[in-house]
Design a protein. Sequence first.
Length: 529
Amino acid sequence: MKELPDKLRIIYKPFIVIAIGFILIYTILNWLLFIQAGISLKEDIIQFWLPFTLPWIPVLVWLRPRIRLLNFKNDNASFGFQFLATLVIAIPTIIAQEYLVTATGKLTTLENISAFENSKQTRYYNLRNYYIDKQHIAIQNTATVTGKGNQDFNMFIYVAMPLLTSIADTSNPEPAYWVGKSYSEQISNRLSEQEKRDRYKIFADKSQKDFDTTRFDNFTYLELIGNTEKHDEYITAIKNYSARAANHNIVFEAKNEAFEARNGRKLPWTVASFGIGIIAWMLLLVFPKFNQKRLEQFKAGNTIRDTDLKEMFDFFIPKEGFFTTPILINLNLLVYLAMVLAGYGFFSFKSLDLLNWGANFKPLTTNGQWWRLLTSTFLHGGLMHILANMYGLLFVGIFLEPVLGRWKFLFVYVSTGILASIASIWWYDATISVGASGAIFGLYGFFLACLLMKVFSPGMQKAFLVSTIVFVGFNLLMGFTGGIDNAAHIGGLLSGFILGLVMSNQLKQKESAIDEYAEQHEYEKQEMV
């Protein structure tokens, strides 16, 4: 306990300052930039993803060097402290943004919906006269695949109903205002296509019954749907209803609770979550002891060199012997981030959006859009998909690129990726396929051929042969459970293996020449000595 004052002063106090500062600064910027100035960005990004990810910056820059003054048995414990600190900051920040949106939203009363255009836009509305037309509805059906290994199949039905001034306006073929209602259900993605269709029919029938029995005109107030994924789905439904529908259609959701209750308990939960978090983090801080040598250096004002972060970011920086791999990783990540920032999702993307961005789809690819064979290899279905693929690419790139060289490595990646895409459209008639896994399997197939042909030194042979077989076997096995394009995996693996067999002799000669040069160079150095 005698170390506690130093822990509170050196680590805990800066943590509190960082946490409070981040919550306040982010909330103020949200209010100024997105609520007041009206800068357009997906609300999910503003209210969840940015406050969830941005706290890592102050934690890594300012708090991590102080946490490293403590003694931990392994690096996982140190990372655990940093991760918990980030959560302590992120959770109340996320709740605070939800409170900010509802608390600053004003309730505007309109005589009817036609007065909306001439009124100052707010978030909440009360109408004296209105009619919701349940007979002329717009519908959008969609599905997404989420979860580890794409294990969840999510079904959605979005219904938009025209919001009119009176029943006499039902003859209007292009209403500008709508009330939306969504239905959703999650099932296993391992089910067969027929089982999915059967489950969807049950879900659709249940949604229809709920829709028929719900009185949508019995609402307390309307909430304007902002720039969200749900809004985009309603707009798609409206365009299905009318091909001439514009993107500026206004969609509301009907709320039945009292307007005064819209904030719920968000503010108390913001304070409570922050209080619980900082107390829990302080209690954990009691247990680890200081590394006395590092502590004395810190008190003396000597900076402790932190090489861990540098080593981590080095994986993204091209360098001699490891040039093409980081570029490929960065390109894949940039495409993923571009889709996230464009508002298509985070954990997963919809099939239609992937198709618009260049996914491989036989009816389109074979109809002249052959570029999809390549572009699909830089697209991913979601977060877990890209993380798994980039880890696999990093592992094989570290060992294979120095042997192949940057241009041959790129040739193997691109050519096996394209061949994997060809295998996919040869096997599947109408499946939307994305991912770098075909190209990565191609690299692993090449790597496997090199291992079998003894291109690498004997010390590398056994360990990497086993790990490669385990990686490939596990991913192929997961593919047979459903939801994964195994045709692309096998196509990439076989094409890479064949390329590896063809090029192995050339690579062995190159490695032998390098070894001979190294031995000769070492001999000459000894002679000089």
